[in-house]
Structure formats: structure tokens, C-alpha cells
Design a protein around this ligand. Structure first.
Ligand code: AP5
Ligand code: ZN
Length: 214
């Protein structure tokens, strides 16, 4: 399966991704995760991306299209993939179509994590992450067994630099202005499935499974 996950910050894309990935043996490509790794490693790409990310603005289309183009060549991504956080602009969606056309494939489903903005601040400001595995926790909705510590590895959890109420406002604005048109773009191709992303994580998983098995 070739899937795209679209939704505002905190809508649950990163939470559902590992579950879908394991169930369908797909590769998981999250542009946000890849960019954060580049920033942490201070690569030329990371240095270029950091300023926009800290402000909650989108990184340039050329940079992210380059990352995805490279990542999709991996053998593990040939049978199917989950794109989490990409495409986020109409230009990115068009570039992705070109890439897939060259391979003679296309997107099977776009999962639209539909949710009201009002819920997102609490989700974003309570999020804690285990950077090396990508495991995500929430102080209220998905607390770790020991506060601040990853359940599996025992390593410390961190908060993302852009997970403040203030930066969230800019991220939401970017979502409504630049990414919502991408949902329309795929609606016209009749591949969008709307999810009730405000429901508890397990119920969202059940909705995803229904969509993917239909
Ligand atoms: P990115 O990393 O993609 O961030 P985002 O889109 O803002 O999405 P989040 O990761 O914040 O949300 P999520 O939906 O994954 O939420 P999660 O599941 O963790 O991008 C970061 C930045 O990189 C961008 O601002 C931009 O600068 C740049 N960038 C990335 N891609 C780009 C692109 N294509 N083009 C240009 N720039 C790009 O859940 C959040 C919290 O809620 C967690 O604590 C979780 O435990 C909890 N939670 C999850 N689901 C539920 C639920 N159902 N009920 C209750 N709590 C829940
Ligand atoms: Zn995410």
C-alpha cells in the first residue's frame, strides 16, 4: 500500500504510523523526523531547515522533495510506504505524482486526520518523545510508566523545540493556508478517507484499519 497521512500538528499521524507500519510492513517516511535528525546532526540540510522549523513555518519545497526522492529509492520502500507530513503543499503533491508516475505507481489512500484546532494545544504541549525510536508519549493521554523515561529503553524523553503554544499557532496557520489545499487536490482523485482524529488513539486505529481493509 502507498499511503499519505495528512493532518494538523498533534492530530495523531506519528502515533498511528508505527501501528500501520507494523501491520502492513510498510516503510515510514516522516519528513519532520528526518529534518529533526538533520538539524541535530548539523548537516548542511539541517542548517538550512532549522530557522523555518523553529518558527513553525514550512521548509522549502525543494529541500523536502529532495529528501523524499532520496528516501523512496530504498529497497524497503518499493512495496509500499507511509508518508507522514509529506506532501504539505500543492507543489510537493505535484512533484510526488511525477516521482510515482516514473515508477508506474500511484497513491492508494490519503488518510485525513480531521480534528478541531481547539484540541491540539493540549496534545502538543503535553507531548514527550523518545528520539531514537520515535515513540511518543503524552503526560495525560499516554503517560510513560516512569515520568520522563522511555518504557522500553529506560532512556530519557525529550520535548520538541517547536511544541510551544506560540509556535503551534504558526504551525496551524501554515497547515490551513498551505496544506489544506493538498486535501482538495487528493479529493479530486477520490482517494481521501476522513478520520475522526479527536477520538482516543485506539478508536482512531480501528478507523484506520477499516479504511485500509476496504
Ligand atoms: P512534523 O514533524 O511533521 O510536525 P507536525 O505536522 O506539526 O505534526 P506533529 O508531529 O506535531 O503531529 P502528529 O500528528 O504526528 O502528532 P502525534 O501523533 O505525535 O513537522 C515539523 C516541522 O518540520 C514543520 O513545522 C516544518 O517546519 C517541517 N516540515 C516537515 N515536513 C515538511 C514538509 N513536507 N514541507 C515543509 N516543511 C516540512 O500526537 C501528538 C500528541 O498527542 C502526542 O503526545 C500523542 O501521545 C497525543 N495523541 C495522539 N493521538 C491522540 C489521541 N487520539 N487522543 C489523545 N492524545 C493523542
Ligand atoms: Zn509527527
Amino acid at each position: 500500500k502507498r499511503l499519505i497521512l495528512i493532518g494538523p500538528p498533534g492530530s495523531g499521524k506519528g502515533t498511528q504510523s508505527p501501528i500501520i507500519k507494523d501491520e502492513y510492513c510498510l516503510c515510514h517516511l516522516a519528513t519532520g523526523d528526518m529534518l529533526r535528525a538533520a538539524v541535530a546532526a548539523k548537516t548542511p540540510l539541517g542548517i538550512k531547515a532549522k530557522e523555518a522549523m523553529d518558527k513553525g513555518e514550512l521548509v522549502s519545497d525543494d529541500l523536502v522533495v529532495g529528501i523524499i526522492d532520496e528516501a523512496m529509492k530504498k529497497p524497503s520502500c518499493q512495496k509500499g510506504f507511509i508518508l507522514d507530513g509529506f506532501p504539505r503543499t500543492k507543489v510537493q503533491a505535484e512533484k510526488l505524482d511525477e516521482m510515482l508516475q516514473r515508477q508506474g505507481t500511484k497513491i492508494d489512500k490519503v488518510l485525513n486526520f480531521a480534528i478541531d484546532d481547539a484540541i491540539l494545544e493540549e496534545r502538543i504541549t503535553g507531548r514527550w518523545i523518545h528520539p531514537s525510536s520515535g515513540r511518543t508519549y503524552h503526560t495525560k493521554f499516554a503517560p510513560p510508566k516512569v515520568p520522563g523515561v522511555d518504557d522500553v529503553s529506560g532512556e530519557p524523553l525529550i520535548q520538541r523545540k517547536d511544541d510551544t503554544a506560540e509556535v503551534l499557532k504558526a504551525r496551524l496557520e501554515a497547515f490551513h493556508r498551505q496544506t489544506e489545499p493538498v486535501i482538495d487536490y487528493y479529493s479530486k482523485k477520490s482517494v481521501v478517507a476522513d478520520l475522526h482524529a479527536e477520538k482516543p488513539p485506539k478508536e482512531v486505529t480501528t478507523e484506520v484499519q477499516k479504511v485500509l481493509s476496504s
